[in-house]
Design a protein. Structure first.
Length: 132
């Protein structure tokens, strides 16, 4: 996976290749969980929204479930508190993924690989698609 800084860089490069109607921000599982990281995440989230708006793209923000390596309550709060976007898909709430520790539903998280499974990605993609 990649961090929010890398995701933002890739998005800025990709936006020059075409103009999608929407862009989804489902980023943060690979951030280090500390105060400095949360501030960087907030700055990158804001930059993503601004870049979308400057290019006529609708930003869609998604919350994240907690994993064994990542407690995303702070990042999810930042996403939920944004008043400058129309679409927020609260994946963490939809899949009841906000308990501490691994709260991904069965089949979403691969303990051995330490990553979301292909089925988990497909299910989250479906959740995002069905909520925008």
């Amino acid at each position: 996976g990649i961090t929010s800084t890398r995701a933002l860089t890739l998005f800025k490069e990709a936006i020059n290749l075409g103009r999608p109607e929407v862009a989804v921000w489902f980023v943060g599982l690979n951030e280090v969980d500390d105060a400095d990281s949360e501030e960087v995440y907030k700055q990158n989230l804001t930059a993503f929204i601004e870049e979308c708006k400057q290019n006529g793209v609708t930003p869609v923000l998604c919350t994240m479930p907690n994993t064994p390596d990542s407690l995303d309550v702070g990042k999810n709060y930042l996403i939920r508190s944004r008043t400058d976007v129309e679409l927020i898909v609260d994946i963490a709430a939809i899949i009841n993924g906000e308990k501490s520790g691994n709260s991904c539903p069965q089949g979403f998280w691969d303990e051995i690989a330490g990553a979301i499974t292909d089925d988990g990605v497909a299910n989250m993609y479906f959740l995002i698609n069905s909520n925008i």
